[in-house]
Design a protein around this ligand. Structure first.
Ligand code: NDP
Length: 268
């Protein structure tokens, strides 16, 4: 049997009914974890992921919850702890865009993005941390009492005109993650982020679904291909596992080099 880095561990992945979250949930399960598959609206998407995980011989549940709503998040954690009896890994992945030119951006667009992308991480992480602190280190388990992975973006460092709310939320994720990592390291809780570049999912369909759009996008990616959710899933498994036990408070960019200022490749 192949080595399973997360054998017996329990995970919640928010926004796991689609795209990157689905890829991360499947990768964690393939590495041996049981997974709570959170979704906001797509039960069918979440159920597909649950079915695939169960086919691997792992436990999985689909749980509807809006990560921006405190009661929903409490219900998500209650359902997970009832089903699995514990928690080792939280992946704060749920996120969305509501794009607008800045002068036209509504307060509703600003609040929706902040609520999902940033407040959602606060609400989910707070309950995860309470559970990690309650259980402490588990004999024979992981070297950390808990692991939190935040799905950030290259836009935690690359400004993004026309997407000010989104870039501000991901910039917020950076110091949220680092401050949490600093506060919780003495409790043996590790907190890190993944900063995906362009990953082929529904969130950015307009950027890859015509040849013209894809050609323009590829100019921003030195490695010459768009990413896929599996690229992020592999990074998440590593960050959740003891293989990265000495990694804390870091953003791992998985972006084919998008953060390398490709426009300077020919001398600038
Ligand atoms: P998708 O649109 O494919 O998936 C978004 C997921 O988030 C869905 O499962 C959706 O659930 C869920 N979701 C949305 N709002 C909420 C909410 N309020 N509560 C709970 N779940 C919610 O997008 P991606 O997979 O591309 O994005 C996932 C994460 O990756 C986001 O944080 C995004 O910012 C980040 N990212 C993506 C990049 C990319 O290139 N794709 C690049 C950099 C970062 P449902 O469908 O059920 O409504």
């Amino acid at each position: 049997m192949t080595y399973q880095a997360l054998k017996g561990q329990k995970a919640i992945v928010t926004g796991a009914s689609s795209g990157i979250g689905a890829g991360v949930a499947l990768a964690l399960a393939a590495a041996g974890a049981d997974v709570a598959v959170n979704y906001a609206s797509s039960l069918s998407g979440a159920q597909r992921v649950v079915d695939e995980i169960k086919a691997m011989g792992r436990q999985a549940i689909a749980v509807k919850a809006d990560v921006a709503q405190e009661d929903d998040v409490q219900a998500l954690f209650d359902a997970t702890l009832t089903a699995f009896g514990g928690l080792d890994i939280l992946v704060n992945n749920a996120g969305l865009q509501q794009d607008a030119a800045f002068a036209e951006m509504t307060l509703a667009q600003w609040n929706k993005v902040m609520g999902t992308n940033l407040t959602g991480m606060f609400l989910c992480s707070r309950l995860a941390v309470k559970e990690f602190l309650r259980c402490g280190l588990k004999p024979g388990g992981s070297r950390a009492s808990g692991k939190i992975i935040c799905m950030s973006s290259v836009h935690e460092v690359i400004p993004w005109a026309g997407h000010v709310n989104y870039a501000a939320s991901k910039g917020g994720v950076k110091l949220f993650m680092q401050s949490l990592a600093q506060e919780l390291a003495p409790k043996k809780i590790r907190v890190n982020s993944i900063g995906p570049g362009a990953i082929q999912t529904p969130i950015n369909k307009a950027a890859w679904d015509t040849q013209q759009a894809l050609d323009a996008l590829l100019k921003l990616i030195p490695y010459g291909r768009i990413g896929v959710p599996e690229d992020i899933g592999k990074a998440a498994v590593w960050l959740a596992s003891d293989d990265s036990d000495y990694v804390n408070g870091q953003t791992i960019f998985v972006d084919g080099g998008m953060t390398l200022y490709p426009e300077f490749a020919d001398g600038g």
